[in-house]
Design a protein around this ligand. Sequence first.
Ligand code: PEP
Ligand code: MG
Length: 551
Amino acid sequence: MWLHEPRVVVTNPVADDPERETERLAEAVEQLRVSVDRMLEGAAMGDAEQLEVLEAYRMFANSKGWMRRMEEDIQRGLSAEAAVEKEQSAARARMSQITDAYLRDRLHDLDDLSNRLLRILTGQGRDTGAEMPAAPILIARNIGPAELLDYGRKLKGIVLEEGSVGSHAAIVARALAIPLIVHAERITTEALNGDAIMLDGDQGIVHLRPDDTVAAAFRDKIAMQAEAQTRYASIRDVPATTLCGTTIGLHMNAGLMADLPSLEGSGAEGVGLFRTELQFLVRNQMPRRSELSALYSRVLDAAQGKRVVFRTLDIGSDKVLPYMKPNDEPNPALGWRAIRVGLDKTGILRMQLQALLRAANGRPLTIMFPFVAEYSEYRAARLEMDKAIERERILGHAIPTRLEVGAMLETPSLAFAPRAFFEEVEFLSIGGNDLKQFFFAADRENERVRRRYDTLNSSFLNFLEGIVRISDATKTALSFCGEDAGRPVEAVCLAAIGFRTLSMRPASVGPVKHMLRRVDLTALREVIDAARREGLETVRPAVMGYLATVS
Ligand code: PEP
Ligand code: MG
């Protein structure tokens, strides 16, 4: 275990030579810039996303406002270190008040830079006498993406006292396939360099200085998982066919170029959901059409002809772009987000559609609009698509040989849309994360309520079944791409009520396929129906009872 940068102690808060201090600050900032540039060069061989994160850093390191405030503090008698620390404290104070997760992460980037600057100024490096183990689990209060990139793939895991799952650091950790745990209370005060630590990323559990029983249990679990992995690898190339002979299409969710190699490794048939907003979120300015189209083109190249469902930008709610004016909305999840932004700010939507068409360059293309709440929104978005194609045709660019346009069903209202909508839309994908939060009126980000209602609740299954029924009747292709599709028990129940396509995290494809291959959907359906007839609130206990008989 390795503690990330013990805190820098500033021992000289005041100084009486402002000129000298300003010079020291300028030199340190210059060194900082050089080191960020060096990191950028180092990352140049890596992912485009990593580069973008570092570009955001470069922007901060060159920020005039930041420099000016520190120089003013020096003029008032502070030492260079104290001026940096003051800026850092102000950023931290702002951080604690800001509820917007995205802005908080940006302020954390600044915090990270301030730490680097303080280390340069004080000369207090990482050298605390202890030796970093070869493949450590890193402990930190919080960590910036650039610092994480510095450590690179050698890390076995990361435990943060603060942090958030949507931060840049989390994006980088995921891209590097390093397990990350956030919100581990008091970890930086309790852990010492060299301590033994065990981390279960799936469960979000950390054991500091585990006793022998815990260590033995962990070893057993790791061995069992290794066995399971071998099992999943052995079924990678066979279809997810149930005992009753129904084949379920398993696809994966992605959002970064770095996710694409999993397409091969997981055995997924294609990308059922490509979340395009990540590319917008990790930049500090609106990406250019040419950049986006180059990226989408690389995604299609990497998919080697497998279907990729590109979801147009789903921003708003908790995903605020740094270069768009944030909207102070009382209920952002119910606010100006996703296709609502796209239809109001058609410039962005048009640019993205054009980038997708150029990327396809004649190849088949699949596009899906997020958060469609009513038929007319789908029609308006579809009209934008048709216009974009017409423009490309006039300009002489290649048009996709096959184009599929669909919608995400994430608001209950769309389930009750006129039949004509289901007849018109080419496919539907249920965004279960949003759909469930609106169905139960339970915020998906709120720890107090988010697990309160079971996905296998009879009411929710009845509701989903209604969507399956109308989709079947209108021959509309239907899939489910929320997190629940990647949970084996939930996944087999979705299959039992009629879903034939599921899209999930790449790591879930093996476990879900393994479970599907062991069940008889007709028998499971009877178990679910019997539980509903009995008036049970959730069918889970009955389903678990059935699954226990098939293993
Ligand atoms: C969903 O809502 O289920 C979904 C897949 O979209 P996101 O999680 O990106 O909102
Ligand atoms: Mg959603």
